[in-house]
Design a protein around this ligand. Structure first.
Ligand SMILES: Cc1ncc(COP(=O)(O)O)c(C=O)c1O
Length: 483
C-alpha cells in the first residue's frame, strides 16, 4: 500500500506551502531507524518525511490515473510522475494539491505566470463573443494583433523594417512560413530556382514539422524521419570565418536563434550576427531570426536581438505570445511581403479571434517598460546564486550562459538527477544542450521566489553531488536572505 500524507498533514503542508516555506526539507524521524518495519516501507516513510513533494509512488492514485491514460497516448514523451492540475502565478499544483515553484514556465511560455487573471478574463470574454471564423472572413483581432506586433517591434528598436505579420498556431508553423517566404523570395530573385538553399546552425532548434525539422540539425530529431527536405545546410554557430563558404548565391535564407534555447542557451555574438547580416546582403538572402524562445521580453528587451543592432528580414515568435494559448507569428519586412501573393500560404485556425485577442493583451503587457526593466535585476539574482553554487561545487558547475531569464547552468555531468531532486523538493527545472540546466521562469517571478528556488536547487545539488565546498555567504546572498 502506498503511504500518502494524511488529510491533516496535507492541509498543514499546503498551508505551509502557501506561506512559501515548504521548500525547507523535513528530515526523517529517527524512529524509523530503529523500527521493525519492512525496509521498503521504512524507505518510503523516510522519503516522504524528508521531501516536501516526493514523486508519487507506482501504486498511488496519481500513477493509477497516469497508467490508465498512457496506453491511449502516442508515446512521444516520457514524463515525471506528478500530474499537474492547477496553476497560479509561478506555481503549479499536482493532483495531490502539492505546490511546485515552476522555473520552466511551460518551456518559456507562461511569461505572465499560470492562469493570470487578466489573461483568463480576456480569453473568457472573447470565448463568449467569437472564437473562430476562418481566414476567409475579416475579424477585428487578426489585424489588430498584426498591427500591434509591427508597432511594438519597431518602437522597441528591434527589426526596424518590420511591416506585416502572418499569424499561425505554433513556433514550428511560424518557422514553416518563414522558410516558405524565404524560398519565395529566392524564386523571385532567381526564377530558375537555383536560389533555394536554407542555412541554419548546429545546436539550433526550430521545430518538429518537416521544414522546421530540416533546419534543426540534431540527429536525435532528424534521423528517424529522413530524408529531410532538400536544400538545407548547417553551419557553426558564432563562426564568422565560415560564413563566406556557408552562405552563397544559392542561399535564399538563413535561420538563426539569437540565443539558442534547446541547444544549450548559447548566445550569438553581436559580431557574428553583424557578419551574417552583411553576408546575407552580399548574396541577397533573407535573414530570419527565430525569437520563439528568446523573444517577448525574456532577455529584458522585447526582442533578444535588439542589443546586437542587427535587423532581420523575417522574425518568428510563438510560445509566450499566447501565455499557453497556442499561437505564433511570422513578422516580415515589405521587401519580403511584396513577394507573397494570395494563396501562397494559409491556415485554418491561425489568426482566430480568440487567440489574437488574448495575444494582443499579452503582447501589450510583455512590452511594458515596467516589466522589462525588472529583468536585469532578476538575472543578477540568479547569477549570484549560480556563482555561489560554482564556489560550492567547483568541479561540477562549469559555465553560466544566457541573458535575462533565459539562463543555462552547465554541469560536468548529466543534470537529470538534480532535476528529480529539485522536483521532489518542490521546484521544477528543465535541461537543454549538453549537461545544462535551463532556467526560463515566468517573467513575473519575484526575487524572493528566485532565492527560494535556488536554495532548493542548492539542496538538490548537495543531495546529488554530496557535500560541496564550504562557502561563506556573499554580500548578495546576505541581502537575499533578509527578504
Ligand atoms: C527557438 C524555437 N523555435 C521553434 C520552436 C518550435 O515551437 P513549437 O513547439 O511551438 O512548434 C521552439 C520550441 O521549443 C523553439 O524553442
Amino acid at each position: 500500500m502506498a503511504l500518502r500524507l494524511s488529510p491533516q498533514r496535507l492541509a498543514a503542508t499546503v498551508a505551509r506551502s502557501r506561506q512559501l516555506s515548504t521548500f525547507k526539507p523535513r528530515f526523517a524521524s529517527s524512529a524509523t531507524a530503529t523500527s521493525n518495519l519492512p525496509p521498503n516501507l521504512k524507505d518510503e516513510i523516510e522519503k516522504e518525511a524528508s521531501l516536501s513533494n516526493a514523486d508519487p509512488p507506482s501504486d498511488s492514485q496519481t500513477s493509477r490515473l497516469v497508467n490508465e491514460h498512457l496506453e491511449y497516448m502516442v508515446p512521444t514523451y516520457v514524463r515525471p510522475p506528478p500530474m499537474f492540475q492547477k496553476g497560479e502565478g509561478c506555481y503549479l499544483f499536482d493532483v495531490e494539491n502539492r505546490m511546485y515553484l515552476d522555473m520552466t514556465a511551460g518551456i518559456a511560455v507562461n511569461a505572465l505566470g499560470h492562469c493570470d487573471p487578466e489573461v483568463t478574463r480576456t480569453l473568457s470574454h472573447q470565448a463568449q463573443t467569437l472564437v473562430h471564423t476562418s481566414n476567409l472572413y475579416h475579424n477585428p483581432w487578426t489585424g489588430a494583433l498584426s498591427q500591434l506586433l509591427v508597432q511594438k517591434t519597431v518602437e522597441s528598436g528591434a527589426m526596424k523594417d518590420a511591416s506585416r505579420a502572418f499569424i499561425c498556431n505554433s513556433g514550428s508553423e511560424a518557422n514553416e512560413a518563414a522558410i516558405k517566404f524565404a524560398r519565395k523570395v529566392g524564386k523571385k530573385l532567381e526564377p530558375t530556382g537555383t536560389k533555394h538553399k536554407l542555412v541554419s546552425f548546429h545546436n539550433s532548434f526550430h521545430g518538429r514539422t518537416m521544414g522546421a525539422l530540416s533546419a534543426t540539425p540534431n540527429p536525435k530529431y532528424q534521423a528517424p524521419f529522413g530524408p529531410m527536405v532538400p536544400g538545407f545546410e548547417y553551419g557553426t554557430f558564432n563562426d564568422i570565418e565560415g560564413l563566406d563558404k556557408l552562405v552563397t548565391e544559392e542561399t535564399c535564407g538563413v535561420l538563426i536563434e539569437p540565443i539558442q534555447g534547446e541547444g544549450g542557451v548559447n548566445v550569438a555574438t553581436p559580431e557574428f550576427l553583424d557578419a551574417l547580416r552583411a553576408r546575407c546582403d552580399e548574396v541577397g538572402a533573407v535573414l530570419i531570426f527565430d525569437e520563439i524562445q528568446c523573444g517577448l521580453g525574456r532577455t529584458g528587451s522585447l526582442w533578444a536581438h535588439a542589443s546586437s543592432g542587427v535587423h532581420p528580414d523575417i522574425m518568428t515568435t510563438a510560445k509566450a505570445l499566447g501565455n499557453g494559448f497556442p499561437i505564433g507569428a511570422t513578422i516580415v519586412t515589405d521587401a519580403v511581403s511584396d513577394k507573397i501573393v494570395t494563396g501562397d500560404h494559409g491556415t485554418t485556425f491561425g489568426g482566430n479571434p480568440l487567440g489574437c485577442r488574448v495575444a494582443h493583451h499579452i503582447l501589450t503587457r510583455l512590452s511594458s517598460k515596467e516589466l522589462l526593466s525588472e529583468i536585469p535585476s532578476k538575472e543578477r539574482r540568479f547569477r549570484a546564486h549560480f556563482d555561489r553554487m560554482r564556489d560550492m561545487f567547483p568541479d561540477i558547475v562549469k559555465e553560466v550562459r544566457g541573458k535575462g531569464l533565459l539562463l543555462g547552468l552547465q554541469l560536468a555531468s548529466d543534470p537529470s538527477p538534480v532535476v528529480t531532486a529539485a522536483r521532489e523538493r518542490g521546484v521544477l527545472v528543465i535541461t537543454c544542450g549538453t549537461n545544462t540546466l535551463r532556467f526560463v521562469p515566468p517573467l513575473v517571478i519575484s526575487e524572493a521566489e528566485i532565492d527560494r528556488g535556488m536554495e532548493v536547487l542548492e539542496e538538490a545539488m548537495l543531495e546529488v553531488f554530496g557535500k560541496g565546498q564550504k562557502v561563506d555567504k556573499t554580500p548578495g546572498q546576505q541581502e537575499m536572505g533578509s527578504r
